[in-house]
Design a protein around this ligand. Sequence first.
Ligand SMILES: [Zn+2]
Length: 313
Amino acid sequence: MSLVGHNKLQQQLLDLVKKGSLPQTLLFYGKEGIGKKTFSLALVQGLFCSSAEKNAFEACGTCSSCVALSNDQHPDFFLIEPTGPKSASKTGAVVNASQKSIKVEQVQEIKSKLIHHPLMASHQIVLIDNADQLTVTAANSLLKMIEEPRSQQIFILVSGRLHKVLPTLRSRSAKYFFESLTPAQVSQVIQNTQSDLSSEQQEQIPGWAETFDGSVSAVLQALQASFSLEQVMGWLKPAPSFKDAQTRVSRLLESQLDLSLFLQALRSELLKQQKRDQSVDLNFFDALDAAERQLGRHLSKEQVLENLCLEQM
Ligand SMILES: [Zn+2]
């Protein structure tokens, strides 16, 4: 697994591994979509790899440990991720990220497996992705585990929203901040992982990488999105008339629109304008907040966009 960026952190953790002083609970935080989970998986693979010349971030990829891990069959690795409501899994309903959570049963299940000693590696490693989505009971259950870990257990918590992680969990963890990726690094990650991009999409990568401040996941979504960067920029200026506002809204709605991503792009570009030039209309931030709330309350996309236009005029 080749990692892009986060070189300082790699070095820092390598030094700790070499000294045998890697903390037992690590909390990796920083913007969404910049490779925190990929980094964590590379670290796990490196720690488990039985190759003699290993460096904790350069696993061999061929030993039994590496193979087991890449087949999701390593007995000493446990991944906990948010899942949708139980009712949704029965009915097959589509669940968006905000409805997902890590439930206490998921933590309890891992707890029961951790009773055994490591079977293949020298450690058991638990990776908790989106640790900010632990329910309070799940977080408290996890807290009990990390307060009294056995010597061969390592917990890695990953979060894009540190402030939403239970404070007691935060304070018990060694925290590592992940810097955003540069546009060049975003391009590199995307070229490494996506082979089916058109040349037009490839040209759009640097622009979107600027807009989304180096978030690979946001750039990938934007490449599939039905709106362009020009459209985002256009929306930052008030529509000259009500009729123009209506045209603007209907153009955007012509194809399947990811409105949440569009609002995110607007906010990001607005922040950039504000950095360059203080004369940005601050009310537009309020209008964006309102639009996000309306989206959460399931107003139609058309209505949310119309309100946003009207707020600006
Ligand atoms: Zn290996």
